[in-house]
Design a protein around this ligand. Structure first.
Ligand SMILES: [Zn+2]
Length: 460
């Protein structure tokens, strides 16, 4: 099925006409500092939920609710907004996901503008949440407004689910899905919280790495002893920890833990110069690993040491440290289960205890990776819609980080096709200072999503 040029042009005209209102509503949302991190005033998150509910009441979804579920510690989760219009008999239901909370602004001095005062510079709108993920929410709202303006009475069921604590790790998400399973049940789930390939080139995110972490502790002495009196015949725990950590990679910098394997190579690559710039790699530093850069980021495991417990330099004394610990973080590619990855890591660490030191592993968090099927009717519909909106075929991309709630969604709705889309581009700087959305791209996302809903409704 294809969207005719005439249909696309007509819908695009509606999107163009209503886009100033979409931008204005996005700006209103950005002005609400809805930071879900516990140290921030949660009244703003509540205000944000109310504002979102108001927006959703205006897009023809008759049933709008603000809901909370309990977190594992028993406290109340942040308010989510759910709005829906049931499907006509025989039509599918589409769940449109976004989140209305944001990351803390971080260092105010690193911003060129006030993070909570939306500021347009050229084609970009700057502000915390302008991209992640208030633009994702406005893409859903804009698409529904465009279809209404075009007079489409789609039979497809639509449920908008706007979470309020994604940036805090979605602690009540699994419980929320259980509490409201029927309300959220869908055939297709569109998660608008990722990125496009670049300005002008749309993308479907078809792989996301998962996460496994934990703490490894190395013990070698019962207590600290004088490094002059005892140093030589026995190595201190800091040195032994360093030797143990060094076994996690081979000389090329590839992960050297048996069982931590990668998936195939992605279809697009990340130019080395871009990677070096984006990651701020210092001149002269060689990159680690083998194969394409994109593969190293998306489809291969990566191991980082994200914290070390050792005597600080300021407190250093001439003693041999009896004990040292490191927090190890592993990004795991699609196809690798977190439990298997953790077991592989534990076995490696225990099996490489340097000089027979006591090595203990304390598991931490786990998050599943996501790998979309190579193809599905929903993915074909999305690709067709993206191609029509941008005039360019979309590419499949991966993301090296994780969106942990996607695993929860798939577990709750195993039959659903999950489409991971988004409004960001490589310059969006989500989570960083000077976050922004490209307004031309947001306009294309609105159109693409409207076309996708039409196609899922069997209207084209
Ligand atoms: Zn996000």
């Amino acid at each position: 099925m294809n969207h005719t040029e005439k249909d696309v042009a007509a819908l695009r005209a509606h999107v163009d006409e209503l886009f100033p209102a979409v931008q204005a509503d996005l700006e209103t949302l950005v002005r609400i500092p809805s930071v879900s991190a516990a140290a921030f005033d949660q009244a703003h998150v509540a205000t944000s939920a109310e504002t979102v509910a108001g927006l959703l009441r205006g897009v023809g979804l008759p049933d709008v609710r603000i809901l909370r579920s309990a977190r594992p510690d028993g406290s109340a989760g942040a308010p989510a907004v759910v709005a829906r219009r049931p499907a006509r008999t025989g039509e599918p239901t589409v769940l449109l996901y976004a989140h209305h909370d944001v990351q803390p602004p971080g260092d105010a001095l690193a911003w060129d503008t006030d993070p909570f005062e939306p500021t347009q510079v050229g084609e970009r709108l700057f502000g915390r949440g302008a991209a992640d993920d208030k633009a994702g929410l406005m893409a859903h709202v804009g698409a529904l407004r465009a279809l209404a303006a075009a007079g489409d009475e789609l039979g497809v069921g639509v449920t908008l689910f706007v979470e309020g604590e994604e940036e805090s790790g979605s602690p009540s998400f699994a419980r929320f899905l259980a509490d409201h399973h029927e309300l959220l049940a869908a055939d297709v789930i569109v998660v608008a919280d990722s990125t496009n390939w670049k300005v002008g080139v749309p993308a479907l995110t078809t792989s996301l790495r998962g996460l496994v972490d934990g703490v490894v502790t190395v013990e070698v002495l019962d207590h600290a002893v004088h490094s002059g009196m005892f140093g030589g015949p026995v190595l201190d725990a800091n040195v032994l920890l360093a030797r143990l950590v060094a076994t996690l990679h081979d000389d090329a910098g590839s992960v050297a833990v048996a069982g931590l394997t990668g998936a195939g190579e992605p279809e697009v690559d990340y130019a080395e110069a871009d990677f070096r710039g984006d990651a701020s790699v210092l001149d002269g530093v060689a990159l680690a690993g083998t194969g394409t850069i994109a593969g190293r980021l998306w489809t291969k495991p990566a191991i980082a040491v994200i914290g070390i417990d050792a005597t600080s330099v300021a407190h250093a004394s001439n003693t041999l440290a009896p004990r040292a610990a490191a927090k190890i973080s592993v990004r795991i590619p699609p196809g690798l289960e977190p439990e298997a990855a953790e077991e592989a890591l534990r076995a490696h660490l225990e099996g490489h205890a340097p000089f027979g030191a006591r090595v203990t592993w304390t598991p931490g968090e786990q998050g599943k990776a996501f790998g979309a099927p190579a193809d599905s009717p929903a993915m074909r519909a999305a690709r067709t819609a993206f191609a029509a909106a941008w005039g360019t075929e979309p590419v499949d991309i991966g993301v090296g980080g994780s969106i942990p709630f996607i695993a929860d969604l798939l577990e709750a709705f195993p039959q659903a096709a999950v489409l991971v889309t988004g409004v960001e581009d490589p310059d969006s700087r989500a989570h960083g200072a000077n976050e922004s959305v490209h307004l031309g791209e947001l306009r294309n996302v609105v159109l693409a999503e409207a076309l996708l809903l039409r196609q899922l409704a069997g209207a084209v």
